[in-house]
Design a binder for this molecule. Structure first.
Ligand code: ZN
Length: 259
């Protein structure tokens, strides 16, 4: 999630604090599925709009998220959402994850929970995203991403909720009351605490273990996951290899830039 905050901050340049609520629009596709009945497939598969009425212009920053995901997964921006999973996708997260596939297969075998190569490719991309995000949080420089994001959430909750709900209602075509409920959960202090618990590698090992049904109490699961994440940390040390092509592709897309 901090990767999305970072890319938007870089995209906005010196204006990066001007409209803090944009950071919340920008994470909505990942945040709204906290609500029962809203799935990540739905929020990520929504038909893409490149034109916005003035009162809903900020929805362009929901699209911004989807375009960044496109680059991470497919290495290019698509006008229509890509359906289905392709283990040979050519985005940054899949290309960098290639060398993790064998270690994941071996790890799963050791755990007596074999997976196929396709599943391993998916998990490898998840590990790349988790570790890229972690390195960013650790090394992104003078502006601390968690603090920026928390500030954006506070500002939005205090001053911008009605506008946010109406615009997301328009963008996703989901009832405003359902959107509001999802946002209240997604922007709650409990959720923010959970996000903050991913600030270090231990938090991310735990996340991976839970996400893929491994056993938190099994030391071998914990150590095996740690080894995979440490291996991945060495694969994601050049932020610019993702940042530059992503900013370039977004600037060349038809996304409206209004700041
Ligand atoms: Zn996403």
């Amino acid at each position: 999630m901090m990767t999305h905050t970072w890319i938007l901050k870089e995209f906005l340049g010196s204006n990066f604090r001007e409209s803090l609520d944009l950071y919340v629009y920008n994470v909505c596709p990942d945040l709204l599925p906290i609500q029962k009945g809203i799935t990540a497939e739905f929020t990520h598969g929504i038909p893409r709009r490149f034109f916005y009425p003035p009162q809903h212009q900020k929805a362009a920053y929901v699209l911004f998220h989807l375009l960044v995901d496109d680059m991470a997964h497919h290495g290019q921006i698509h006008t229509d959402p890509v359906c289905g999973f392709n283990p040979n996708s050519q985005g940054y997260a899949y290309r960098r994850g290639q060398s993790l596939i064998e270690p994941i297969l071996e790890f799963q075998q050791r755990m007596g929970m074999d997976v196929d190569r396709r599943t391993a490719a998916y998990r490898a991309h998840t590990i790349i995203e988790l570790t890229f995000d972690l390195r960013l949080v650790q090394e992104a420089g003078e502006v601390r991403l968690y603090e920026l994001f928390s500030e954006a959430v506070d500002h939005t909750v205090d001053k911008k909720m009605d506008e946010l709900c109406e615009t997301l209602d328009w963008f996703f075509g989901v009832e405003a009351a359902v959107i509001r409920q999802a946002l209240e959960k997604g922007l709650s202090s409990g959720t923010l605490e959970r996000i903050k618990s991913l600030k270090d590698i231990e938090g991310r090992i735990g996340f991976y273990i839970d996400r893929f049904g491994l056993d938190r109490d099994n030391d071998a699961a914990w150590e095996g996951t740690r080894t995979l994440l440490l291996q991945a940390m060495r694969l994601v040390d050049d932020f610019d290899a993702f940042l530059s092509p992503t900013l370039c592709a977004i600037k060349n897309s038809s996304i409206p830039c209004f700041l």
